[in-house]
Design a protein around this ligand. Structure first.
Ligand SMILES: NC(=O)c1ccc[n+]([C@@H]2O[C@H](COP(=O)([O-])OP(=O)(O)OC[C@H]3O[C@@H](n4cnc5c(N)ncnc54)[C@H](OP(=O)(O)O)[C@@H]3O)[C@@H](O)[C@H]2O)c1
Length: 265
């Protein structure tokens, strides 16, 4: 083949790159860490339970790293980015994925529910992005990917959750909407620094635990999906690879939705 553009294999390659995946041992964090490693990046898997992260880093193969990280602490985030640069030599890709928040009903939600969600899901994302950008702008640029949600774009169907142990808490919707818009703002300001910032919004990807514990909710969610099914963890990998690599070099400020068509109807 006589190509006039770089081959896709080269565009998707992450050889020589270093990535941090926060919450990288979780349900979606792990497949995303796998995708980056498969494409050649060295991955730092980071969350509060460092043993889980160590298991994932080991499974990825030689040269990957596990670090303890609590994204509710700005100091701890800065420390982990510093450790990454010290130990791996650079940072090229940040996947802001870790999130933990309470799940109150709208009737019962308090300011503390919002404050805690905002701390991990917005402030934590911002501080990690800012700290990585400081390195990236002085070196070869980079790609920052903020994991948001379809629930940062659309309201949930109340009847999908009613009477089940599942929920769609107001603090979660508020935080994910904020992440999508923060992404646009950072993308515009950091474009001149060679730092791309995108959101990736998963649709419904219930974990095995949720599928087992709240089957009625999952059954109802399937009826709301054009594809009639839930997302499988591996189905997040392709979108992440596009945003992380040179294959997505002209994509910034975008919110890439991987939801089986949920937000299309
Ligand atoms: N699964 C879905 O259907 C879905 C849909 C839309 C969006 N999302 C988004 O996708 C992302 C991942 O979700 P998931 O389904 O994979 O959830 P998950 O399995 O619960 O994973 C979340 C990860 O975040 C880490 N984490 C939580 N709080 C943290 C903190 N304070 N500091 C550092 N790490 C923390 C957890 O590890 P430790 O406990 O070890 O800290 C865990 O590995 C989240 O942003 C979520 O909102 C998920």
């Amino acid at each position: 083949m006589n190509l006039i553009t770089p081959p896709l294999e080269q565009l998707f390659s992450l050889a020589g790159k270093v990535a941090i995946v926060t919450g990288g041992a979780g349900h979606l964090g792990r497949p995303m860490a796998e995708a980056l490693a498969e494409l050649g990046a060295k991955v730092v898997v980071a969350s509060r339970n460092v043993e889980n992260c160590q298991r994932v880093a080991q499974d990825l193969g030689a040269g990957h790293l596990a670090l303890r990280l609590d994204v509710s602490s700005a100091d701890n985030i800065r420390k982990v980015v510093g450790q990454t640069i010290d130990q791996m030599g650079r940072i090229d890709i940040l996947v802001n994925n870790a999130y933990s928040g309470s799940g109150p009903s709208i009737a019962e939600a308090t300011e503390d529910d919002f404050a805690q969600s905002y701390r991990t899901g917005v402030i934590g994302y911002f501080i990690a992005a800012q700290e990585c950008w400081r390195f990236m702008r002085e070196h070869e640029g980079g790609s920052i990917i903020n994991i948001a949600s379809m629930y940062g774009m659309v309201a949930s169907y109340p009847d999908a959750y009613e009477g089940t142990a599942g929920g769609s808490p107001p603090n979660y919707h508020a935080v994910k909407g904020a992440v999508i818009h923060l992404t646009r703002h950072l993308a515009v300001y950091w474009a001149k620094d060679g730092v791309r910032v995108n959101a990736l919004s998963p649709g419904p990807f219930p974990s095995p635990r949720v599928r087992q514990e709240i089957p009625e909710m999952v059954r109802r969610l399937k009826t709301k999906s054009p594809m009639g099914r839930m997302g499988e963890p591996g189905e997040i990998k392709g979108a992440l690879a596009l945003l992380a690599s040179e294959a997505g070099s002209y994509i910034t400020g975008h919110n890439l939705v991987v939801d089986g068509g949920w937000t299309a109807w």
